[in-house]
Design a binder for this molecule. Structure first.
Ligand code: UD1
Ligand code: CA
Length: 476
């Protein structure tokens, strides 16, 4: 049977308090490069095509449930095809990782397949890391398969015990380990594959006669051996990908590791130049095209797609769903939930807020803020402008200091502005929405436009200039 043919479910253990985080927020909801640890773990298990995700919650369970409702109510896998339902299971009180899995057992009555069980606090976990575990489990026809890894410093982890033939015999927790056992640097990642219902008897029989008085899930390893069942192990190549975090110091370490792994991947696989990886924070969801350069101090957080031959940064922030076309540069600027076309120049000091679609060959210059606007090809918004709720045509030129006054303070409503193809506005114009400026129309500098301007017309809405001869000489 292949790995994909057997029914597969996932269990994520997320009921623990995470005392060492010193946080009111549950540990698994802390952010790691734009996504919570829990979301990262959910993504990882879903990448394996699990049919259901059971999440064990306890400490601050309401916060976690609210979070799941908000962010995973329609849990869709990465290919946006399969829908995997998520359910939560309350563990109250929290008596250990074995006890946590016991809470799911009543919901597995009709289930016959493999259970992928993982801790909820491993932020760098991905489907790629989990796949070999599942493969080994199926290939060895094992009842219990553990995912272990080799760490430089094994303190606090459960150690993997092997016999003289190198076969795994069990796991001993740090607090219960002898001095000799503590020297072992192969550790339990607390990520496992179990055959269900084959382990149910072992789970029910777990004892809490250990230093912490908890029901340890890792004890199922030794139980399998004692019953003559197959215990197998898969060793994760890079310990950083499975490491659990327990404090904010370890959280910072994990974020840094993910930053480095992401930068390495972009450089080696996509041909991207990241000038200073240590000051460049890119979430793993970001894709960047060949020969683009990311300059120092840049943060790219979210589902961001950057084309090829782009220059991004220095000191540029992008958030949410962003698309940047080929050969576009974004310098010292902020971009949020927007699409920007090819060959554009953005910045320095430009704020592209949410909901914009910007065409090709567009210039958005310094101190320009745009929001919920469409901007056509070859249009310039060069300096000191606010363009909000606006449809702006192509080949238009927006003069320095042009403002779309879109907000009616009394009715608290936003109004729309339309500016046609080839139109231009003079410096310091205020376009009071709702208003439209026709194709090729011109707005004189300093105008406050409150009425629609027909195509090709000139609108001048300011008091006429009066020159008083000799005035200055007389006053002096
Ligand atoms: C656990 C493993 C250890 C392993 C390490 C890897 C046990 C007993 N030990 O230790 O072998 O090396 O992970 O990171 O399993 N949880 C619950 N309910 C509970 C207790 C914990 O849901 O009653 C959840 C936590 O929310 C957390 C996960 O289980 O996501 C692990 O708990 P934690 O207390 O961090 O275990 P470790 O001491 O790190
Ligand atoms: Ca842990």
């Amino acid at each position: 049977m292949t790995a994909s043919k057997r029914p597969l479910r996932a269990v994520i253990l997320a009921a623990g308090q995470g005392k060492r985080m010193k946080s009111r927020k549950p540990k698994v909801l802390h952010d790691v490069l734009g996504l919570s640890i829990l979301s990262r773990v959910i993504k990882a298990v879903m990448a394996l095509g699990v049919e259901h995700v059971h999440i064990v919650v306890g400490h601050e369970s309401e916060q976690i449930k609210d979070y799941l409702e908000k962010h995973h109510s329609t849990a869709i896998t990465e290919d946006f095809k399969t829908i995997s339902p998520i359910t939560t299971h309350l563990q109250e009180p929290q008596l250990g990782t074995g006890h946590a899995l016991m809470q799911v057992a009543p919901y597995l009555k009709d289930f016959n397949g493999d259970l992928l069980v993982t801790v909820g606090d491993a932020p760098l976990l991905t489907g790629e890391t989990l796949a070999p575990l599942l493969e080994t489990h199926v290939k060895d026809n094992a009842t219990v398969t553990i995912l272990s890894t080799i760490v430089p410093d094994s303190k606090n982890y459960g150690r993997v015990l092997r016999d003289e033939n190198c076969r795994v015999r069990g796991i001993v927790e740090d607090k219960d380990a002898s001095e000799e056992e503590k020297k072992v640097n192969e550790i339990n990642s607390a990520i496992y594959c179990f055959k269900w219902p084959d382990i149910e008897e072992g789970l029910k029989g777990l004892k809490n006669d250990n230093k912490q008085g908890e029901y340890y899930l890792p004890d199922l390893a030794a139980w399998a051996v004692s019953k003559g069942l197959i215990l197998s192990a898969s060793v994760a190549e890079d310990y950083r990908e499975v490491a659990g975090i327990n404090s904010r110091v370890e959280l910072a370490e994990a974020i840094k590791d993910l930053r480095d792994l992401t930068a390495e991947k972009l450089a080696l696989e996509s041909g991207v130049t990241i000038v200073d990886p240590a000051s460049t924070w890119i979430s793993p969801e970001v894709t960047v095209g060949q020969d683009s350069t990311i300059l120092p101090g840049t943060h790219l957080m979210g589902n961001i797609k950057i084309g090829s031959n782009c220059v991004i940064g220095p000191n540029t922030v992008m958030k949410g769903n962003v698309v940047i076309g080929d050969r576009t540069s974004v310098v010292l600027s902020m971009v949020q939930d927007s699409n920007i076309g090819e060959d554009c120049k953005v910045g320095p000091f430009c704020h592209v807020r949410e909901g914009n679609t910007v065409g090709n060959n567009v210039k958005l210059g310094n101190f320009v803020e745009i929001k919920k606007s469409n901007i056509g090809n070859k249009t310039n918004v060069g300096h000191l402008s606010y363009i909000g709720d606006t449809t702006l045509g192509s080949n238009a030129n927006i003069g320095a200091g042009t403002i779309t006054a879109n907000y009616d303070h009394l009715t608290k409503k936003k109004h729309k502005t339309a500016i046609g193809d080839g139109a231009s506005t003079g410096s310091n114009s205020v376009l009071v929405a709702p208003v439209s400026i026709g194709d090729k129309a011109v707005v004189g500098a300093g105008s406050v436009v409150t009425k629609d301007v027909p195509s090709s017309a000139l609108a001048v809405a300011r008091s006429q200039q009066k020159n008083i001869d000799g005035w200055a000489d007389r006053e002096r």
